[in-house]
Design a binder for this molecule. Sequence first.
Ligand code: CLR
Length: 376
Amino acid sequence: DEAANVPAAQKSGWTSFLKSLASFSGDLSGLTAPPFILSPTSLSEFPSYWGEPKDLFASIADGKTPEDRQLRVTKWFLSTLSGQFTRREKETGSEKKPLNPFLGEQFLGSWDNGELVLTVEQVSHHPPITAYHLENKKRGIVFEGNCAQKTSFSARMISVKQVGHGILRVKLGDGSTESYLVTLPKLKIEGLWTGKPYVELTETSYIQGSHGLTSTIKYSGAGWVTGTSHSHTTTITTGPGGPTLYTITGTWTGESRFVKPSKEGREGTVFLDAGEEGMREPISVKPVKQQGEYESRRAWKAVADGIRSGDYNAASVAKGALENAERQRRKDEQAAGQQFQLRLFDLRQNDPEYAHLAALLKFKPEEEDSWILKAQ
Ligand code: CLR
């Protein structure tokens, strides 16, 4: 039985969903999927994965040298990946189709009683673009960026290119600021035919420091190079293509170690155990009743309740109502000759800092990858 994990009553729905994928590319959010694969969580919540390894994030400020901080930023980045890409599968048995955020949707939350604060706003609906700002004021660290996805379908899997990037800034003791450009990996969604989709990462992503050091993270999965799923080999070099200071290899869900070539004394030692108990803490969010009207969990509550309780009819009625109200808002704005105003972020193109870091990385920014900053 091919679609072994699909409930009997939804098998034909799953087959037609897969067929619709084959003739589709771009933005998956509009496709109707069978209920068993729907998630009650909006994509606007996903930037919280960046803050989950909160202690590693805070400890970036403890780095004594550019090299030490490059290692710390790399460690924090790698430690976010298992939350980002395996959490839904771990918790529900498969990857799911998240709710498509509406324009202006917000996701707000924090860790450690407000020491680390996350602000998210959906800054575009078509195509969907999410902007986020994660800040630890006490330690002087900010990570902000935007993300969107371009999807295509081939060879029985969905390929997702992440469009967007993040910039991390850390205030140093002397009052200066160091910055890091974080680019995002590509992903494949496999396991579609059996009805149990899961994510694997592919190709390469980078972390470019303003001091010149570069981390190059190469991803591989089962049946490729090491044959182990969720693998990576990361090198830290003095600039792109420069001499290697450190090489780290392992899995981004478990252990990674320093290997050759690395600086003396490091080879064989553990760099990170991403599977360590308690290293990622979920974000704290206000109870729905105390949330503002644009906040994700409040706005989607009826839809999420329907999905969770298996009342898909109620979920689809509530989703239809939300989408119609949004359409009406856009029409009203148009009729009044107005444009939707973002509430938390400012859209700025051609950010000079991004251009500078991208140039260090010898990386040509794409046009659609505009930079969005938090409004001050
Ligand atoms: C969003 C940005 C996060 C990392 C991340 C993790 C999982 C990705 C998600 C991003 C985008 C949406 C995504 C999801 C996995 C599955 C889902 C690609 C990149 C698609 C839209 C769902 C396809 C439907 C199948 C599961 C049937 O930092």
